[in-house]
Design a protein around this ligand. Structure first.
Ligand SMILES: O=C(O)CCC(=O)C(=O)O
Ligand SMILES: [Fe+2]
Length: 624
């Protein structure tokens, strides 16, 4: 029997029919589970060191004080618009809610209360800049009915910066003095205030949580790793490969969305909180250089500062064993904030450490990228994701060809399917235009209200996993005739019996940016798997339909077959998971690469062993 490619057992998707309905649609929030609570670091007075123990600090260097949790634990609860819109598709709706709420200027500028501060960061650009849009004006603006606002705005803009016309000067002064007072104390203003507050309350419950933001940051780090992207490039809004790789740019966005120093700081801090210094160092380095450039300018929406970034970066270097770097960054911190006693103490301790063992100064510390999901085939998998299905062998092997297929089915005689053979030893075929645009849209629309965080089978249970980040929903054929006709087509194409319980319901899967499914098998590798609850044997075959295209990434990689299939909208991918003798085929190890840009949708139809006894006959050859 084939051994699974990781130490932790990695099994199949959970089953889509025969399992209880509650299990199928159960699930939690979309993004990854929250990390350990913020560390309760050593305070200025040197008390409380439990988090330091957590990092193994007490055993080695009990005296060094890591950055205080209070200084930057409360990050804004909303991710930058670029990422929020794509990491969780429903965030787009939230953003449009903001827009709706705030579409009539004026609206308040940033305040420090949670939720509103990030609205300003994403939406400030929407409002025209007017003389009223000054730091002192938010509450004025809040109270002002849009009718009056527009009137004043027109006057101000008409003045073109000077009020040379005495009539204009008079009306401006009058508006801002007596008219304005009338407005502020009007019933209209108090009604507006109330409406705005109600709107906020409505929006607040849908705003992303901190764990969503953390998930978004982790998704960016995943993209950085899998596609070997340069962090410097990402901060500038471009998708360049990290130096040392000779791959072309993977994606050229139509518009650049550079990250701010604070955006980079937050990613670095998310990594730091997970004791992942491999990532925290590069992102905090970027944050520090951007904060240095803008030193002295304060953005209300920022949570971190140059000092915070230096603090976290110094400590990350210290944890990674680079004491001299930790020392120079801490000294830089003191240059900006000489009164910080904790950092001053750290400087003394770093100096002492370096005096006691000068070899530390020269120690080159090679940081290892954390292998969070213990993937043993990581390099192969990432290489396949990076090459995006452009393996030359695909065109070099003569036996791989395209053909029209009817499979002797009357259903397909008038409209044969277009088959592209992708591999032979492991039989993988791509059927082009298997569904129409209309059908794809219909299926996505039917599934959308039911999408839940995808789960995987682990032993006898089903649970969320870092190695599968997507949302999914199951569609029975009774929901709509489009599913019935799709089932008919699949049956005709495969020649298999897909009536329940011989096949599962259709599983529709949606991946946002950074969404992925690391190498796995579709078939069960343990008799205890929930797949067997259907009592129709193991998953014999997979038909996977691409319901969307993507802008970049997201290909389906077959690790041992050295094949990666790009997302081809409306095409269906077919492969056998089991040999004819019923044993699982280890060569079917496959993955959904992370989506780099766009929104990926697929639909899975898993066909089971039972019911196919005379349709795919068993054979003694273990390789068939
Ligand atoms: O999304 C993909 O390309 C692969 C999905 C997959 O393997 C699955 O859902 O089991
Ligand atoms: Fe799969």
């Amino acid at each position: 029997m084939f051994q699974e490619p990781r130490s932790a057992s990695r099994e199949v998707n959970h089953c889509g029919a025969g399992c209880r309905a509650g299990e199928d649609l159960a699930g939690g929030s979309y993004l990854a589970p929250s990390s350990a609570a913020s560390p309760n670091w050593v305070g200025e007075d040197g008390t409380s060191s439990s988090p330091a123990q957590h990092l193994g600090l007490c055993q080695t260097h009990p005296q060094i004080s890591p950055p205080s949790a209070e200084s930057s634990a409360n990050f804004p609860s909303s991710p930058p618009p670029l990422l929020s819109a794509s990491i969780t598709p429903q965030l787009q709706e939230e953003e449009s809610l903001y827009r709706e709420l705030l579409s009539h200027p004026p609206y308040p500028r940033a305040s420090r209360c949670p939720h509103t501060q990030t609205l300003s960061s994403s939406l400030t650009a929407l409002a025209p800049r007017t003389p009223l849009d000054e730091p002192h004006s938010p509450w004025i603006a809040l109270l002002m009915p849009s009718r009056f606002y527009n009137k004043v705005q027109d006057l101000h803009l008409g003045a073109g910066g000077s009020a040379a016309n005495p009539l204009l000067a008079y009306t401006l002064i009058k508006r801002l003095q007596s008219d304005w007072l009338n407005v502020v104390h009007s019933l209209e203003a108090s009604e507006n205030t109330q409406a705005l507050k109600n709107g906020y309350t409505q929006v607040e419950k849908d705003l992303p949580e901190f764990e969503d933001l953390e998930g978004a940051a982790r998704a960016l780090m995943r993209l950085q790793d899998v596609y070997a992207l340069s962090v410097k490039g990402l901060a500038k809004g471009v998708f360049q490969r990290a130096s040392g790789t000779h791959l072309p740019d993977i994606y050229t966005p139509g518009q650049l969305f550079p990250l701010s120093a604070d955006d980079c700081f937050l990613i670095g801090k998310v990594a730091y909180d997970r004791a992942d210094y491999y990532h925290s160092i590069v992102w905090l380095e970027e944050a520090v250089s951007l904060f240095r450039v803008s030193y002295g300018e304060w953005n209300t929406e920022d949570e971190g500062s140059l000092e915070d970034a230096l603090d976290y970066l110094a400590f990350s270097y210290f944890q990674a064993g680079n004491v001299s770097h930790a020392l120079s960054l801490s000294r830089e911190f003191l240059h900006y904030d000489p009164s910080n006693k904790r950092i001053a103490r750290n400087v003394l301790k770093y100096e002492k450490l370096l005096m006691e063992s000068p070899e530390r100064a020269k120690a080159e510390v090679g940081l290892q990228r954390p292998n969070v999901t213990h993937l043993q085939t990581r390099d192969l998998y990432e290489e396949l994701c990076q090459t995006l299905g452009s393996q030359p062998t695909r065109y070099q092997i003569a036996a791989l060809h395209c053909s029209y297929e009817t499979n002797d089915s009357p259903y397909l005689i008038l409209q044969p399917v277009k088959r592209e053979l992708l591999r032979l030893q492991l039989y993988v075929a791509l059927y082009h235009d298997f569904v129409s645009d209309l059908e794809a849209e219909k299926i996505k629309g039917l599934a959308a209200p039911w999408l839940q965080r995808s789960v995987v089978a682990s032993e006898e249970t089903q649970q969320k996993a870092e190695y599968r980040i997507s949302k999914s929903a199951w569609l029975k054929d009774t929901v709509d005739p489009v599913i019935v006709s799709l089932d008919q087509r699949i049956a005709a194409l495969t020649g298999l019996d897909i009536r329940p319980p011989y096949a599962e319901y259709l599983q529709v899967v949606n991946y946002g940016i950074g969404g992925h499914y690391e190498p796995h098998f579709d078939h069960a590798t343990s008799r205890k798997s929930p797949l067997y609850r259907m009592k129709s044997g193991n998953r014999l075959a997979t038909v996977m339909i691409y319901l969307s295209s993507v802008d970049a990434g997201g290909s389906t990689a077959f690790i041992y077959a050295n094949l990666s299939v790009p997302v081809v909208k409306n095409a269906a991918l077919f492969w056998w998971n089991l040999h004819r003798n019923g044993a699982g085929n280890g060569d079917t190890l496959h993955a959904g690469c992370p989506v780099l840009a766009g929104d990926k949708w697929v639909a899975n139809k898993w066909i089971h062993e039972h019911g196919q006894e005379f349709r795919r006959r068993c054979g003694p050859n273990p390789d068939d």
